[in-house]
Ligand binder design. Structure first.
Ligand code: 5AD
Ligand code: SF4
Length: 444
């Protein structure tokens, strides 16, 4: 057995990074590392970074600065930078922060063991390739679990090139994993107690993996996954409106295991801005799409992403976005102030004044918050299914997610993590619901 060393991982950004962090921990686990929650006791600190907005990138450098005393006190401490800032900045990170030992991009982390060998010899290791081999074929079996709900990356990269976005540059072109691999990984997760799988991809509904008889779309993959006994729930994120095909919409009405929640970013409600963003759809097309999805699954909760203050956004454009939000009605949403990213087409354009963008963001967030509250209030009195993810803070309390992805606190002294139970919703708090467990379990 190799010596046990401790690994501390900090994950920034999206769910894809959460998945990658788990898989890096598994890879380093095979090298004798066990995960610790305490940075001070770590032999290796790995920062898995996000490049999507300027603030997210800056966080890396301030966190690295904060690691300096730790490295001084413990010169053997290894510091690694992974993720999209690693991909975008590569060697530059070593120049700016000499305390860093290793820089690894999102497509190369299966090479971590070899890189760690170099680092052990006192060298610096940088790998930001897009290797020909598939990293997923070179990773150890899944073992880290965050309870009964797991992520499964089915697709990576993006070919859409929205004018504001770095993803096509940091994560590269769209690549879908083969069906057989995904079914294998899903079955292994279910055998380890997983009951809910969220399929991940930067453009997950553009999935077109190689399967029996040719290329499979996401709907076909979902239908096949739904046949796995013991897997109770399937979700997927993030989708592009233009890739919601008829089969996927139909699956929302037909597959009971496909949960009634869909994250469908629209970014703006103004046709002029949508065009400038290179989104390749109009507001009217988004409305029609929402109608079709709701016809298939009337109780579906929709969420979205919005950017305010995109270059050229006028008051009238912003009013169109607010109008779209009012017309659609969202159960949740993420909203961001536009952040110019070097190398993207929009970064060349004149920005909207910061105070105007701030005011728009506040106004939009207030509207979304009121819609979110209303969606939660509408659950009060209803019976929902909840998958317990952890014990609550109060004694005899469990916390889990409903089908509609609401966090639900349930008074249940018998409950265990992984139980899927029926709950009557009794109250709505700002970011969660409270409920009482009904007799019997769906699955325990
Ligand atoms: N500025 C602000 N928000 C951005 N997003 C992506 N790029 C930028 C940017 N340059 C947002 C989009 C996307 C979400 C993941 O992040 O809304 O859907
Ligand atoms: Fe970025 Fe647009 Fe691709 Fe989403 S669809 S990852 S916003 S380029």
């Amino acid at each position: 057995m190799p010596d046990t060393k401790k690994l501390f991982i900090k994950t920034y950004g999206c769910q894809m990074n959460v998945y990658d962090s788990e898989r890096m921990a598994e890879t380093l686990g095979a090298e004798g590392y066990v995960v610790t929650e305490v940075a001070e006791e770590a032999d290796m600190v790995l920062l898995n970074t996000c490049h999507i907005r300027e603030k997210a990138s800056e966080k890396l450098y301030s966190d690295l600065g904060r690691l300096r005393p730790l490295k001084q006190a413990k010169p053997d401490l290894k510091i690694g930078v992974a993720g999209c800032v690693a991909q975008a900045e590569g060697e530059e990170i070593l120049r700016r922060m000499p305390l860093v030992d290793l820089v690894v991009g999102p497509q190369s982390y299966h090479r971590l063991p070899g890189m760690m060998g170099e680092v052990a010899k006192g060298k610096k290791a940088v790998d930001t390739d897009f290797p020909a081999e598939d990293k997923f074929d070179h990773l150890p079996e899944r073992k880290m679990l965050r309870g009964p709900s797991a992520f499964l990356t089915v697709q990576e990269g993006c070919d859409k090139f929205c004018a504001f976005c770095v993803v096509p540059y940091t994560r590269g072109a769209e690549v879908s994993r083969p069906v057989a691999r995904l079914l294998g990984e899903a079955r292994a997760l279910v055998e380890k107690g997983v009951r809910e799988i969220t399929l991940l991809g930067q453009n997950v509904n553009a999935y077109h993996g190689e399967g029996e008889g040719g290329s499979w779309g996401l709907a076909r993959l979902v239908r096949e996954l739904a046949r796995i006994d013991g897997l109770e729930r399937i979700r997927y994120t993030t989708s592009h409106p233009n890739d919601m095909d008829d089969d996927l919409i139909a699956a929302h009405g037909e597959e009971a295991k496909l949960m009634p929640y869909l994250h469908l970013p629209v970014q703006s409600g103004s046709d002029r801005i949508l065009k400038a963003m290179n989104r390749k759809h109009t507001r009217e097309q988004y409305f029609r799409l929402v109608e079709r999805i709701r016809a298939a699954r009337p109780d579906i909760l929709l969420s979205s992403d919005f950017i305010v203050g995109f270059p050229g956004e006028s008051d009238a454009d912003f009013a169109d976005t607010m109008d779209l939000i009012r017309q659609v009605g969202f159960g949740a949403a993420f909203s961001f102030k536009y952040s110019a990213r070097p190398g993207t087409p929009a970064a060349e354009k004149d920005p909207v004044a910061a105070d105007i963008a701030d005011a728009r963001l506040q106004e939009l967030q207030a509207l979304i918050t009121s819609q979110q509250r209303a969606a939660q209030e509408a659950m009060v009195g209803r019976e929902v299914a909840v998958l317990y993810e952890k014990a609550g803070r109060l004694p005899g309390q469990m916390v889990g997610k409903s089908d509609h992805l609401h966090a639900v606190h349930v008074a249940d002294s018998e409950g265990r993590v992984g139980d899927l139970v029926r709950v009557r919703i009794t109250a709505s708090a700002p970011n969660s619901l409270a409920g009482a467990r009904l007799d019997g379990s769906i699955v325990a």
